[in-house]
Design a protein around this ligand. Structure first.
Ligand SMILES: [Zn+2]
Length: 474
């Protein structure tokens, strides 16, 4: 389905190509050795008034010296216990005791927080170094953290250096051109190269971003970051992600979960990517069906957790996530009440819903049984064309939802399975039944008592739904 756009106003930002003299980076590698009050830049010893140490299997380096070694500018706010590092056009913010790292305004979760010891801030090198496109290697032998510079030489202050323009450099460099504009709330990015473009595109969450890897082409003189502050896209980061073969990576930082469509021009030298969120009312209704309820508790876990309560909580969380993406939902029950199976599918049919997702937790008398599965209905001898298509689409929705559940929950993959459940059979739209985890299993029941885990299930289901919707648009 194509989105009709009335052009109200257009932001149009053009990035012209500046040919720059390529300043050779002097840093080949930076080495921190555990226990040593010094570090190495290439072979040069630099003293520190602190030492690298290991705690909980993590190697902590003094942030100040790591920053210095990377040539980053560092600010420290004593009051807020905040460390800010700046390099080229990138900025990294850290807080003592907090696992949040903010890279160019986008927050991300680290697995450990910076610690303060004897007035020095320490952190594993990786999150900071990688934020600045450096690479980090742990060498077990010799207990060394080795940091390698980005393969693209550091460029600072692009505009002021354009006077160093040289025709020779210009012709040697494979260049890319990036244009990005917004029409209504749809972001349109155009990447043009002087050769055919081969690319891969990948959507990531937490935080939401879209990654485009362009094969065999260097970033040329694209700026490392373009801040646009559009409704959906906040900024684009450009990196020379790999060398031999060259890969240019464009990271679109998103303000919200979005859909995208990518398409090459006829000569394959221009890639157009459109990033957008659905308009209200544009998507068909999604009916969420929290299994069981009222007099019917569903399965009950070893410590007494009731499936009906988990199902309802997860369904409400899915509803909230989808609402933030302008996708309308209805629940087959809003509270702890009994609803019959045919009533559930009948409700979705009457509402002329576009999708139906029944939410359950699995159970087995063998308490070792565990894992994630998604069910759909398929009848081998189906005659009605419409119903054949519906069953096929149910399978697609099941596959994509199972994949998201596995990615986010990390539980055992019990696969996408066929089942003759009434709710997914007596229904007119693509329908699945999710069994996210085993409430009868001690470990998984314990997970299901926890909010963060229910939220993860909800995120996975919501993402399955949005991913399915976008595949239907493609
Ligand atoms: Zn159930």
């Amino acid at each position: 389905m194509h989105i009709k756009i009335k052009i109200l106003f257009i932001f149009f930002i053009l990035f012209f190509i500046f040919a720059l003299p390529v300043a050779a980076s002097e840093i080949q590698q930076i080495t921190f050795v555990v226990g040593q009050p010094s570090y190495l830049v290439n072979d040069q010893i630099k003293p520190m008034d602190a030492a690298t140490f290991i705690e909980n299997n993590r190697t902590y380096v003094p942030v100040r010296y790591l920053g210095e070694a990377l040539n980053a500018r560092i600010n420290w706010n004593q009051k807020t216990k905040m460390v800010m590092l700046y390099l080229n056009n990138n900025r990294v913010d850290l807080n003592i005791g907090s696992k949040i790292i903010t890279v160019n305004g986008q927050t991300n979760q680290m697995d450990v927080a910076p610690v303060l010891k004897n007035n020095r801030t320490y952190l594993p090198a990786r999150p900071i170094a990688e934020a600045f496109f450096f690479k980090v290697k742990w060498e077990k032998e010799g207990s060394k953290v080795v940091v390698f510079p980005p393969e693209k030489p550091a460029e600072t202050n692009v505009l002021s250096e354009t006077t160093g323009n040289s025709k020779e450099n210009e012709s040697e460099e494979t260049t890319l051109e990036l244009k990005i504009s917004e029409e209504n709330s749809l972001t349109k990015a155009t990447v043009t190269a002087f050769q055919q473009i081969n690319y891969k595109i990948l959507k990531l969450t937490a935080p939401d971003r879209l990654i485009i890897d362009i094969q065999d082409i260097r970033p040329g003189n694209l700026p490392p970051m373009v801040i646009v502050n559009f409704e959906v896209v906040s900024q684009v980061r450009v990196g020379w992600f790999n060398r031999n073969p060259d890969i240019t990576r464009l990271v679109f930082d998103l303000n919200k979960r979005a859909f995208y469509r990518s398409c090459l021009s006829e000569d394959k030298k221009t890639l157009t990517v459109e990033i957008f969120t659905p308009k209200p009312g544009e998507e068909k209704l999604v009916v969420l069906d929290p299994g069981h309820g009222g007099s019917e508790p569903g399965a009950v876990g070893p410590t007494g957790l009731k499936e009906k309560d988990v199902n309802l909580d997860v369904a409400k969380r899915v509803k909230e996530i989808l609402a933030s993406q302008n996708i309308k939902t209805e629940l087959t029950r809003e509270g702890d009440n009994y609803v019959g199976l045919y009533e559930r599918s009948g409700m979705a049919n009457n509402l002329d819903a576009g999708l139906f997702v029944s939410i359950h937790m699995n159970a087995h008398k063998n308490r070792d049984a565990n894992g994630t599965s998604v069910f759909y209905y398929c009848y081998y001898n189906e005659q009605k064309a419409e119903e054949i298509v519906r069953q096929e689409k149910s399978k697609e929705l099941a596959d994509i939802t199972q994949q998201n559940l596995l990615n986010l929950l990390g539980l055992k993959d019990r696969g996408v399975q066929q089942a003759n459940f009434a709710v997914v059979r007596t229904i007119n739209m693509p329908a699945i039944l999710v069994e996210a985890a085993f409430i009868s299993n001690y470990a998984e029941e314990n997970l299901l008592t926890q909010e963060y885990f229910r939220q993860k299930i909800a995120q996975a289901i919501a993402q399955g739904i949005t991913d399915f919707i976008i595949t239907q648009k493609a």
